[in-house]
Design a protein around this ligand. Sequence first.
Ligand code: XIL
Length: 563
Amino acid sequence: MLSSTPIRPGSRPRTLAAAALLGLLAVFFLPAGPADASAPLRQHAAARGKFIGTALATGPLSNETQYRNIAATEFNQITAENAMKWDATEPNQGQFNFSGADTIVNFATQNNQQVHGHTLVWHNQTPGWVQGLGATAMRSAMQNHISQVVGRYANNAAVVSWDVVNEVFEENGNLRSSFWYNTLGQSYIADAFRYARAADPDARLCINDYNVEGINAKSTAMYNLVRSLREQNVPVDCVGFQSHLAIQYGFPSDLRQNLERFAALGVQVRITEVDVRMQMPRSSSKDTTQANYYRDVIQACLAVNACAGVTIWGFTDRHSWVPDTFSGEGAALIYDENYQQKPSYTAVHNALDGGTPSDTTPPTTPGTPAASNVTGSSATLTWSASTDSGGSGLAGYNVYREQGTTDPQLGQSSTNSINLTGLSANTQYQVYVRARDGAGNLSSPSSAVTFTTTGGGGPSGPCTATGTVQTQWGNGYVIQPVTVTNSGSSAINGWTVTFTLPAGHSVTGSWNATLTTSGQTVTAKSMGYNGNLGPSASTSFGFQVSRPNGNTQTVSGYTCASP
Ligand code: XIL
């Protein structure tokens, strides 16, 4: 029902809690402010004054957490896929079973979702006992069914609308020769609406059909019926366009125009069961086409004020009627069978979030990075910042090593500086930066900076160094020789050997190299006379160290770089 208070299936509103919950419902159903770009579908839909709904099946609803979570989070409208149909609610005459229907309605109530009741009078999923009745008995069975089912939820705040009659037309626009029509004649349609109005004066009452999305013989027959019923004061409030589409049959490009002609009759319109199937297997180009269909359906509804919203017939390919119904077809929904969002999800999302045009403008190119604090395994890079004008805003920077083929990313930073760690010692790096915006656009690469890490324990560069302990005593030792070898294929012009002193050790003398010490790190540079080494040539140097009395450690681990 559309109006005031209540909440629980079959009960009237009595409590303040019910009123408070109604306030919450209003928050979700009324137009709100602009929605966050990454918000769930329902938030964007609410911001546009529309619902975005899904059909739910009771099996996965009780068995699958992911199914429940997505259904609760993404949608603000629910239709029972099967649980409110006649064969579920009144399998035997006068014996009603609302267990599935209540499950759906309770779920919707808990999640501040509106429920569209589906469906009261249909030629499918209606038990044999109904189909075999004579005219008088059939009419009263229909009246009783409608009054029991609609009446049960008449005072339930979540249940706001009903499909009163479903699929009453043939493709050519004739009324379908169903058991309803064949037994009762055309009057069953008006009667059904009147019984529903009597059972819940506040519910929005709909006629629903498929292949009526475009302007064609069937939709024109529906248009004429709705106009004629309303002229006779039959309470038809709403027209549902199922929209079971297939990419191989094309998009009904006059959908919006068709919705508008119905709206001009004074009825609400809604997309009630959209799915977009394809011939299997899926492909990325089919996915793209499908996404465009979903986008166009959403945009048609957004463009028509009288369109209340869009219900997708399920949401995950894991649970879809399509493969069971259309041989060789499937993948019709917006999540795949593993609950991963498909391109069609993004299309629905972006169409609902249409207030913000998507950002395709990359940020400006960052400045050339400058390297500082270069060690054997780390370096600091700083560059002048980029700006972003595309709307999504500057999100940060990606830092890459230039390697000619695919350049590996060394790190990411949200500021115009980064401390790179885990670098290889004695290694030359050419590094450049690209800026990234909130939409994922990357700027052009900056110019590269080139730096070489120092020795420090990693694999060495174009030379190697190995040290030998020549002699040692209680509080000191001599390393002689440290053999430096050109391990490359071209001559080197100077070498630098780096090693680390154990704690408490200090250098007391050296020969054939110039040693400088910083903390425990010692850098030994070649002299003018022993720096030039051809490939495989060697030279050596030595040094003496003092250490705490009783300490037995010696220096080990030398790295060599050139120059
Ligand atoms: C389908 C359900 O999705 C299936 O699970 C069921 O087996 C058959 O009905 N038009 C309608 C829906 O109005 O009720 C139908 O739902 C799909 C076509």
